[in-house]
Design a protein around this ligand. Sequence first.
Ligand SMILES: N=NNCCOCCOc1ccc(-c2cn(C[C@@H]3NC[C@@H](O)[C@H]3O)nn2)cc1
Length: 448
Amino acid sequence: MTIFQFPKDFKWGTATAAYQIEGAAQEGGRGPSIWDTFSHTPGRVYNGDNGDVACDSYHRYEEDIELMKELGINTYRFSISWPRIIPTGDGEINREGLNYYHRFVDKLLEAGIEPFCTLYHWDLPQALQDVGGWENRRSIDAFVKYSEVMYREFSGKIKYWLTFNEPWCIAFLSNVIGVHAPGKQDLQAGLDVAHHVLVAHGKSVSKFRELGIEGKIGIAPNVAWAVPYSKSAEDQGAADRNIQVYSDWFLDPIYKGSYPKPLYEFFEQSGHVPPIQEGDMEAIAQPIDHIGINYYAMSVNRFDPNGGYLQMEEVDMGLTKTDIGWPIESRGLYEVIHYLQKYGNIDIYITENGACINDDVVNGKVNDIRRIAYLQQHIAQVHRVIADGINLKGYMAWSLMDNFEWAEGYRMRFGLVHLDYRSLKRTPKESFYWYQNVVKNNWMETRK
Ligand SMILES: N=NNCCOCCOc1ccc(-c2cn(C[C@@H]3NC[C@@H](O)[C@H]3O)nn2)cc1
């Protein structure tokens, strides 16, 4: 048996997002978001599921915090619903929305749990989408205004901030592949969105510094690790493009002040380039304090001229998969964190890692041993990374509870806590108790 001991100040947590858990979609002065529109558009979300009720955490957050206390975590990553704060995106402030999050954050602090706040987790106010959304530079200033409201309001309470969750999903999954809101399939739109989100990030970081807010700020890219199917230059190129589009496309502008050349030139070949204006790259490249890394799986890639916007195909190598179909391979977490060291030994948090395992309640229990195996393998990689001297400061399991998994609706379950969506009953799974033990001990034992 091996014991993996973690640093004494290591942050153990869980993560969620507003649209996925809150519900109360038309309460508290909240305005509509693009995910309200998208989820109510027939054919966009499995089974026509939507976030109208979700886990009803808007009303049940005290129960959720009791579960966090039982779990023993010291950190909780959540997101703010922008349309609760400014219902039309850049109009009047909704005090009722601010008061809701004050009540929530105060309860977290009372419980001794550090709030780790994501400002944007995909729920753009629909009123901004109506005038072009992130394709329109107007959203940049709207986001900076929204973030300023939040910085001023929660300064001293919230000390860990993330501007954007998974900019690849915001830009490419949502505007090029088209499976997330607003559901476009247009490469130029994806590059426009990516660029404007980056400028919004940078200008918001500048505002954070200008206001002298006590705390740390960063961004949370979801990252890909990929290896080529063969040693051919074409397959290596395909794997490189896949890795770069998730991390380098966003972190190079932030840390280096320019887009990654190989991928920039690849998109340029088809006549698509980011809409860079004077001063944009300087605005983006504001120093940040940390990055959140969301890792789920790695892939084997080969060149495919008909393989979408990257001319890449993910090859099924027959690995065991989770119930959402993603292969289980934890070494990608180790590899990609080392890959990111090219930006320096930056403070890194694993802000999402978890498995979609759709086990149900049987005799009052959820025996999700596959999720335990997944978490054990990936937390072991976290330990390896720390042992290599990398500043990996925390781990937040995705997710505290089963919730609205975007286009997959409620059929895909990532939670440590099972949700019965009819009764909204929360049932801690076996993985909850396994993780509780790791958090309590601040070490993890493995069989070998
Ligand atoms: N790459 N090309 N794919 C081609 C075809 O893609 C089709 C679908 O693609 C994807 C890719 C990635 C995801 C995804 C989901 N989560 C989990 C959430 N993370 C933030 C939090 O809210 C969690 O719910 N992380 N990533 C979904 C769909």
